[in-house]
Ligand binder design. Structure first.
Ligand SMILES: [Zn+2]
Length: 350
């Protein structure tokens, strides 16, 4: 089934149940919609206004205060990101939504991890291990250099080196993920279909013949299998968000010392990977630009990540004060010269 079908088959009563478990303490049911507090962009639910509508016919959310139209996929992503919750697309978005639809696998709605928000925050991933997939799965996909990436400064030889492929049937750039020892641990896709990008997301695991080639992103660092020797040699590591960051850095004139977290969190497990295998002297957080004019929420978030781990390594972060890059841009998006300028002006955390 495709994502559109899942959205069309959402059960209204399951959506209400999900919202309750996410903390919505009240709702109003009308003929054509259900009205919830705006838990999408408000952490403090009790003070959130009743401006989040779920329309029964089109099965979409509309936040009249801030977030605008959202599919349920986009709503959950916003909900987690508002709270800085580290989430797994397959476990915490896809499966939750499937359980709210007529395609639900279990009888009744029982994703126990949503019993309380507190559980969700404290959820430990200690017992989760990376599964190793057979390498030849990647050969199911064709070799093809998408113009979207060539235009963004990713070279053909880089795509070869990182084994980038293409899925014609899914219209996706295929990105194999390897652990530090070059084992295939997951395959992610970059969607190119505009409806999918808007309503489901840009990056998600690939599904092939009913099997998801997913992995917990928090237990790996994309690119480390290729860049570990450089990081060790130069004593520095640039930590970006998306896989594209690592691929763009590969075309710069200096050796690639980057990795990607494939999200917007950096955790202890990932720090341990770097310290165990590369012992860098400095780790530079190079996340996408998010700060709104006149705010400092994003600055504080980056500062907090660095402060948390500064006893293990020197930490710094890229923070663009001069509009060298646009909103949502990665520090590598505008080429080598801009990247170097951003690095020169990075904020050191002492
Ligand atoms: Zn909102």
């Amino acid at each position: 089934m495709d994502y559109k079908e899942i959205i069309d088959n959402l059960r209204v009563e399951s959506v209400i149940e999900l919202m309750k478990r996410l903390g919505a303490d009240r709702y109003v049911e009308k003929d054509n919609c259900i009205i919830f507090p705006t838990i999408c962009h408000n952490i403090d639910i009790s003070s959130a206004s009743m401006k989040l509508y779920f329309y029964k016919d089109r099965k979409i959310f509309m936040c009249y205060t801030e977030c605008d139209t959202m599919s349920i996929f986009k709503f959950l992503k916003t909900y987690y990101e508002t709270r800085n919750i580290e989430y797994d697309w397959y476990e915490d978005i896809y499966k939750v939504i499937l359980d709210c639809s007529n395609f639900r696998q279990a009888d009744g709605f029982a994703p126990t991890k949503y019993e309380s928000l507190k559980d969700k925050y404290e959820k430990k991933r200690k017992d989760v291990k990376l599964e190793i997939y057979p390498e030849n799965i990647v050969d199911t996909f064709v070799k093809f250099y998408p113009v979207e990436w060539l235009r963004d400064g990713i070279e053909r030889k880089t795509m070869d080196k990182f084994n980038i492929r293409f899925s014609i049937s899914q219209n996706k750039i295929v990105i194999p993920h390897y652990d530090i020892n070059n084992n295939l641990v997951g395959i992610r896709g970059r969607a190119l279909n505009p409806w999918e990008v808007e309503n489901v997301g840009k990056y998600m695991p690939i599904q092939l013949e009913g099997k998801w080639y997913k992995h917990p992103l928090s237990l790996n660092l994309y690119g480390l299998n290729k860049t570990k020797e450089n990081i060790k040699k130069y004593g520095i590591c640039y930590v970006g968000e998306a896989e594209k960051f690592v691929l763009q850095c590969e075309s710069f004139s200096f050796l690639n010392c980057s990795v990607a977290v494939c999200g917007s969190q950096f955790n202890k497990y990932q720090l341990n990977l770097l310290m165990k295998y590369c012992q860098p002297r400095e780790i530079v957080i190079c996340f996408d630009k998010e700060e709104k004019e006149g705010e400092h929420k994003y600055f504080d978030k980056l500062m907090k990540i660095c402060e948390k781990y500064k006893n293990y390594c020197n930490f710094s972060f890229v923070y663009d004060r001069e509009n060298l890059i646009g909103m949502k841009d990665s520090p590598s998006d505008r080429g080598e010269e801009i990247f170097k300028k951003l690095i020169e002006r990075r904020v050191s955390v002492k």
